[in-house]
Design a protein around this ligand. Structure first.
Ligand SMILES: Cc1cc2nc3c(=O)[nH]c(=O)nc-3n(C[C@H](O)[C@H](O)[C@H](O)COP(=O)(O)OP(=O)(O)OC[C@H]3O[C@@H](n4cnc5c(N)ncnc54)[C@H](O)[C@@H]3O)c2cc1C
Length: 503
């Protein structure tokens, strides 16, 4: 039977999840318009440009490129027609406070030589860990990442696999079953932090990230992550999609239990049949669905959930090069579990740090002026519900202590070579991205907040309301939100594709 999708869709937000959903729906024939409150697309993948430096604000480790490639394939295109993805090696250089350094790489020999040298007895354990991670990947990613969990039954069906894989165990506990050396345990367990999860609390399902990276590699777009965002925007617009900037939505309009449109803060309305919110999930219910009793119930339940940590970031550029660093560096501090407890549970601002240091100009020198280096450093910190401090006041002091630490241990001469510096605090996550509690990754990735127990990709009561992005299934991270868009777009197509004889 011939079908048509000529219905209108409003997508709130242009993060990776919003863009991917918009692309899928526009490609399927819907008329899609994106409403983005900021002046540029990308959401957490915003870009700052200053004094010849290009700073990607957020995601920098781009893995699972096939989920992006799939978007371009919808219209017979290739991602390489729009953006060049460069492999990054090593994936990460890991530095510890005691001087130990480990190159976490996809080069099997380099990886296993380092494990053998550090802890010969852990080599066979590592191989078993890799096999386990592959199995979790096959069950958790390949089969389920883009499958919406709308009914409890869908969860019951996967329960046996979750039990078999020991999903109740934490990432760290699981890694520790295979690997004895503490440095290596940290090296193979920190990844859940990349999607907002404490390795000591998050389900072992997140060990799949290890296989995912080994399987597909780690990439960086030439021109930075912002170039990938621009590629998606260009492709969406070529298909006829529209994107409005500085167009903050302040209400989702509903009538008789279904959405009828959206209204911007400036007072413009857009009538539509479908709204896909890529904004923060609690913000959507609390601030955008003002007169809906069903939304109040959902708001309450979301308020009781646990949210991932926030981040403190410093974007900076130097007139000196630092070739001893890698593109992606993790600088482990003296404490691992204790520090994570301070961030996730105790809500204090510790004096020590574990940092992620991004040096993209090592892969793409065009991101900094000649002879200069472009960086960002990220420190996980408690979200605003746990740590009640005035970041406007302590932000600059906290930045100074991080810069001092890095100068002393890793980047000699840092401060005298500094050309530009800008900080981004939990307040900015809250104020510039509408992020509840300034959380950097939305709902914390715990088993009890995953799949069916996460916010569904489709509202259970309000017809025409959908979600894509970090707060919905499967969760945060670029592959996560791009897969959430696939799950969501599939639901929209199923529910809103009209057969022509019904028009
Ligand atoms: C510093 C940092 C580093 C990260 N590093 C990595 C990494 O290396 N690799 C990786 O895979 N992931 C990484 N992540 C996670 C990843 O970036 C995110 O999970 C993902 O990008 C979130 O995408 P999203 O689709 O949920 O939308 P978001 O990026 O959260 O975008 C939501 C958009 O909605 C807009 N919006 C909100 N409310 C409204 C409104 N009312 N009206 C209009 N617009 C609105 C916002 O302005 C924003 O543009 C990182 C995250 C951060 C913060």
């Amino acid at each position: 039977m011939p079908t048509t999708n000529s219905q209108k869709v409003a997508v709130i937000g242009s993060g990776f999840g919003g863009l991917a959903a918009a692309i899928r729906l526009q490609a399927a024939g819907f008329q899609v318009e994106i409403f983005e409150m900021r002046d540029l697309p990308g959401g957490r993948a915003y870009v700052y440009k200053e004094k010849g430096f290009t700073f990607d604000a957020g995601p920098t480790v781009i893995t699972a490129p096939e989920c992006l490639e799939e978007l371009f394939a919808l219209k017979g295109k290739k991602m390489s027609d729009y953006v060049e993805m460069m492999p990054v090696s090593p994936f990460y250089r890991l530095f510890w406070d005691d001087g130990y350094v480990f190159d976490y790489s996809n080069d099997e020999k380099l990886l296993t030589d380092q494990i053998r040298q550090k802890s010969p007895e852990d080599l066979s354990g590592y191989r078993r860990f890799l096999a386990y991670s592959k199995e979790v990947f096959n069950e958790g990613y390949t089969k389920l990442a883009a499958t919406p969990f709308l009914h409890l039954w869908s969860m019951v069906k996967v329960a046996p696999q979750l039990v078999r894989l020991g999903a109740h165990r934490s990432v760290y506990a699981t890694v520790s079953k295979f690997i004895k050396d503490e440095h290596l345990r940290q090296a193979f367990s920190f990844h859940s932090l990349l999607v907002g999860g404490n390795p000591f609390k998050t389900s072992s399902i997140y060990t799949l990230i290890h296989f995912l990276e080994r399987n597909w590699g780690v990439f960086f777009p030439r021109g930075g992550t912002g170039a990938l965002v621009q590629a998606l925007v260009r492709y969406f617009e070529e298909m006829g999609g529209k994107i409005h900037y500085q167009a903050e939505i302040d209400q989702i309009l509903t009538s008789d239990g279904r959405v009828t449109g959206v209204r911007t803060k400036a007072g413009h309305t857009f009538d539509c049949d479908v709204v896909v919110s890529n904004g923060d999930v609690l913000h959507t219910y609390k601030d955008l669905l003002k007169d809906t009793s069903k939304a109040r119930a959902r708001e309450k339940s979301l308020e009781n959930k646990s949210y991932s940590m926030s981040l403190f970031l410093i974007y900076f550029g130097t007139k000196k090069k630092y070739p001893n660093m890698a593109h992606h560096n993790v600088l482990f501090g003296p404490r691992y579990q204790g520090l994570l407890e301070d961030i996730f549970t105790n809500g204090v601002l510790p004096k020590d740090f574990s940092l992620y240091l991004h040096v993209p100009s090592l892969t793409d020198p065009s991101l900094a002026p000649e002879g200069h280096e472009c960086f960002y450093v990220l420190s996980p910190v408690a979200h605003l519900g746990k740590l009640d401090v005035d970041w406007n006041d302590i932000g600059p002091k906290y930045a100074e202590s991080i810069m001092n630490y890095m100068e002393e241990k890793y980047l000699p001469g840092l401060k005298e070579n500094l050309v530009v510096q800008k900080i981004f605090t939990p307040f900015d996550f809250r104020d510039q991205l509408n992020a509840h509690l300034g959380s950097a990754f939305s709902l914390e990735p715990r088993l009890t907040q995953s799949a069916y127990f996460r916010l569904h990709n489709q509202d259970d009561d309000i017809k025409g309301l959908y979600f894509t992005g970090a707060g919905t299934h499967p969760g945060a991270g670029v592959p996560g939100v791009v897969n959430s868009a696939k799950a969501t777009a599939g639901l929209v197509m199923k529910n809103h594709t009209l057969s022509e004889d019904r028009i």
